[in-house]
Design a protein around this ligand. Structure first.
Ligand SMILES: [Zn+2]
Length: 461
């Protein structure tokens, strides 16, 4: 008889657990619907992005406009009524482009073809006369070392690493071909090249040069380096197939000034039950200097602020502390991210989760998750809550370079995965402007982020 009661009791316990779980799941989907509805109806992200793009514009580290972006976004944080707001100061590199670049190809016939080009970030200028030399095309680093000093010394190396169009996730192609820009010029210098021309990291063919960071190696000379448009890269490659005797000329006036001050902006809603458990949501406030930094990363910045606004406007009192962080200097140094980590370590803060949006403000497809398997499995159990919104790609993946350093203190990381097909059309180019952002797609991304942040703030990790 006692056994029978035990069994009945066990069954009742199981039924109540299942019922509780069902209620909480049901409750989650109701609240997430509320959160998404709030963002899709009342988001201020698009209007805020317009302000950032049109009233501030490009905002490279060290520029006066970066400072204006700090003022503007500080006001935005205050306007949404965060509990706490503060600024973290750090030293950042200060690279300036100087006068607009010029350059052309000199064909064997003596004919000239003007190049659409721009200096690479953190590169050194050519001096007033510019540089002129024979061009050698390189398609892989293996080929570069094979050609060696014998064939490279005194020349301009043309790195032609087209992005692989067969990768559906374009970031993978960017990662593979991107080494030509980040490390190509330094490697060319190793073999005695006097300059480097890099094919822009765009998948489509267009007339816009795409800038971005190049990293010198202190053991080799710091040679001038430019990116040319993909159309020009195709043209140059074709000329080199017809003749060995193709030269190029280019002139850049860029230089690196002494380090200057940069700022992270932090806005916070205090947790009601576990205020010491911190959840970060962020993007980077700096941008390259050629455009308005709309998708990179104005959208991530405005989505992060919008997450806080949405949470508050939905009447949610998060159990854990939620912070929106606008990072300094992602594009050419990463010092803002380093500063955020060092502050977290100094104050012995407990950072349980950090989400970054730095892949453009396009339709969200899911999240990349960078965390141990226990936490990963926990987040994967929430997948069904996102599927009604078309977010299916919730999987082990990558987060972002601003939250990345937090891995050192054991923080679980995630990155928003927006649709990536059009990102590299405009990335780091003059076309990264407000007009190329869709309000609906931008808001949808913010809504997805708010939903995930809400779940972590309720459940912990
Ligand atoms: Zn970015």
């Amino acid at each position: 008889m006692r056994k029978f009661f035990h069994r009945i009791a066990a069954i009742i316990v199981i039924i109540s657990f299942t019922a509780l779980a069902a209620i909480s799941q049901n409750n989650d989907s109701v609240i997430i619907k509320k959160v998404v509805d709030e963002t899709m109806t009342n988001s201020t992200a698009y209007a805020n992005l317009r302000m950032l793009c049109k009233h501030v514009g490009a905002r490279l580290s060290g520029s006066p406009t970066y400072f204006r972006a700090v003022m503007l976004t500080t006001r935005m944080m205050k306007d949404i009524g965060v509990d706490t707001m503060y600024i973290q100061q750090c030293m950042v590199p200060h690279w300036v482009r100087g006068q607009r670049e010029e350059g052309h190809i000199i064909l064997a016939s003596g004919g000239k073809y003007a190049l659409k080009l721009c200096a690479l970030g953190n590169s050194q200028g050519t001096g007033k006369k510019g540089i002129t030399a024979q061009v050698i095309e390189i398609n892989s680093f293996a080929q570069l070392s094979q050609e060696g000093i014998k064939n490279i010394k005194g020349k301009i190396v043309f790195f032609n690493f087209p992005m692989n169009p067969t990768y559906i996730l374009t970031h993978k192609a960017y990662g593979e071909s991107g080494v030509s820009r980040t490390h190509g010029p330094a490697l060319a210098a190793k073999y005695g090249a006097i300059g480097a021309i890099v094919r822009s990291l765009a998948i489509n063919l267009n007339d816009y040069p795409h800038t971005g960071l190049t990293i010198y190696n202190d053991s080799f000379p710091k040679i001038p380096a430019v990116a040319i448009s993909t159309n020009d890269a195709e043209y140059l490659s074709k000329q080199l197939k017809n003749s060995d005797n193709v030269k190029a000329y280019f002139k850049t006036s860029c230089k690196t000034l002494p380090d200057t001050t940069g700022y992270n902006i932090v806005g916070e809603i205090k947790g009601s039950e576990f205020p010491d458990e911190i959840i970060t949501v962020g993007g980077h406030l700096d941008s390259w200097d050629l455009a308005e930094g709309a998708h990179d990363d104005g959208t991530g910045v405005m989505q992060s602020i919008e997450v806080l606004r949405t949470i508050k406007a939905s009447g949610i009192h998060p159990k854990r502390t939620i912070r929106a962080v606008l990072f300094a200097n992602e594009e050419n140094g990463g010092r803002g991210a380093e500063k955020y980590l060092s502050e977290a370590k100094n104050k012995k803060e407990h950072h349980i989760f950090a989400l970054e949006s730095d892949g453009g403000g396009f339709t969200p497809r899911g999240f990349g998750l960078e965390m141990d398997s226990v936490k990963l499995n926990k987040v994967l159990q929430w997948k069904y809550l996102f599927e009604p919104y078309g977010l299916y790609e919730i999987e082990k993946g990558s987060s972002g370079s601003d939250v990345g350093p937090l891995k050192e203190i054991g923080t679980a990381l995630a990155g928003l995965y927006p649709d990536s097909q059009r990102y590299f059309d405009i990335h780091h180019a003059a076309t990264d402007v407000f007009e190329n952002v869709s309000k609906r797609e931008l808001d949808f991304g913010a809504a997805a982020m708010a939903a995930l942040i809400y779940l972590v703030s309720e459940r912990g990790l």
